[in-house]
Design a protein around this ligand. Structure first.
Ligand code: HEM
Length: 400
């Protein structure tokens, strides 16, 4: 009898080579050509790449579970995993309870009061940059709102606040396969954040911040100490780079499409849809893995219980079966169903905040800027994240 992996086509390319990490688009296109599921023999994992199959897999959270880890790295999954409890690596009732707490400050109603501050910061930043001189837009523009406002909302003081970005990038690397050196360089950084969050006290957090509320919940007995540690980690790791990379893609696409800001000025109601289109194309998180809890029928075969699959958000978002001309930025597409934020019970807790940051910046650019130009960008090399490492740009102010 053929083994289950033989039922599915084999994909022999290395998705963690520098070239593949710098540009996943052609690699995932070749993967999709093989069918909805392919087996990666070097990594011993099934890759799910078509839109329909990724969406179905994300919905089936009792078969494709997160509680055994969502990493490629065997040392971060299952029994080997460090002993803290993050919502992203939990299932069922534990996940529901932790996510409810985690989401409280991230619901649209809780974020409403932030809009004005974000608008002020965006306007001040954009006006300062609108000189026609070249600047580096990832550090100089895309990062500004997350690294000031979001860092403050999380509420870690001193080194905690300073290290957030470096922690995040390294920990997204730690999610790669244990056979890749970049992965193993990230693991001690995860341990550094784990010990920081395990010893965090009131002195280390801003009163009223998200981190402070987690300490309140631990003090009242609503959550355990490892859960508090995990919730802090879940706030720190995904809250900055993801939004920065999606914003970089937005800036790049606006600069590449003639008349893009005129369009936003004429039809401001398109702003939310344009943000969705930018997040679809950016897909800052390529994919996360799941443990297969029971035999999983998909793509004409069965993935056996005990296997690991990767659900590739980035591939699904460029699936030509689902999106016509998937590699084009079409402002009118407004793809509300894209999988860049995930889907189902684990869908992104921070998406309302990320959307608020990006929508406000886009409205501000339309208000202040006539033209955006860019020079040759450089791509990020990271095991889980994708986007621009640097993006030289010029902004010219509108004449009033
Ligand atoms: C454009 C920006 C963002 C993108 C593209 C993004 C993407 C994602 C994706 C794909 C997932 C699903 C993970 C899975 O299914 O395993 C996710 C989950 C999550 N995101 Fe985001 N994210 C963004 C911004 C943020 C922000 C700003 C925060 C925090 C303030 C955040 C916090 C989280 C958390 C805590 C989870 C885990 C949710 C759960 O397991 O239930 N994200 N995000």
């Amino acid at each position: 009898m053929a083994s289950a992996s033989q039922i599915f086509p084999l994909f022999e390319e290395d998705p963690f080579s520098e070239a593949a990490l710098a540009d996943s688009v052609p690699v995932f296109r070749r993967l999709r050509e093989l069918g909805p599921v392919a087996y990666l023999p070097e990594l011993g994992i099934y890759a799910i790449s078509h839109y329909d199959a990724v969406a179905a897999g994300l919905r089936l959270d009792s078969t494709l579970v997160s509680g055994q880890g969502v990493s490629f790295n065997v040392n971060l999954n299952g029994e080997a995993a460090p002993r803290f409890a993050t919502p992203i690596t939990s299932d069922g009732e534990t996940h529901r309870r932790l996510k409810k707490l985690e989401m409280r400050p991230l619901m649209p109603v809780a974020l409403a009061g932030l809009r004005e501050r974000i608008e002020q910061l965006a306007t001040q930043t954009v006006r300062k940059l609108a000189t026609g001189q070249t600047f580096e837009a990832m550090a100089g523009l895309a990062s500004v709102i997350p690294t000031s406002i979001v860092v403050e909302l999380v509420g870690l003081k001193g080194v905690g606040a300073q290290r957030m970005l470096a922690w995040s990038e390294a920990i997204f690397n730690a999610n790669g396969p244990a056979t890749v050196p970049r992965t193993n360089e990230g693991v001690p950084v995860l341990m550094d954040l784990a010990s920081y969050s395990a010893t965090l006290t009131r002195e280390g957090v801003e009163p009223g911040s998200w981190a402070d509320r987690i300490l309140d919940a631990a003090d009242s007995g609503e959550i355990t100490a490892p859960e508090a540690q995990g919730l802090i980690i879940d706030y720190v790791v995904p809250s900055l780079d993801t939004t920065i990379l999606a914003t970089g893609e937005l800036l790049f696409q606006l600069a590449s499409l003639p008349g893009s800001l005129d369009l936003v000025r004429e039809k401001p109601a398109m702003i939310p849809g344009i943000i969705d289109e930018a997040v679809r194309l950016a897909s800052p998180i390529r994919g996360f893995t799941r443990f297969v809890a029971s035999d999983y029928e998909v793509g004409g075969g069965v993935i056996p219980a005990g296997s690991r699959v990767v659900l590739l958000f980035a591939s699904a978002n460029r699936d030509e079966r689902h999106y016509p001309e998937p590699d084009r930025f079409l402002p009118e597409r407004g793809p509300r169903d894209h999988l860049g934020w995930g889907l189902g019970v684990h869908s992104c807790t921070g998406r309302h905040l990320a959307r608020l940051e990006m929508e406000t910046l886009l409205a501000c650019l339309a208000q202040e800027i006539e033209t955006i130009e860019f020079d040759e960008p450089a791509r990020l090399i990271n095991n889980s994240l994708q986007g621009f490492r640097s993006l030289p740009m010029r902004l010219r102010a509108r004449k009033n």
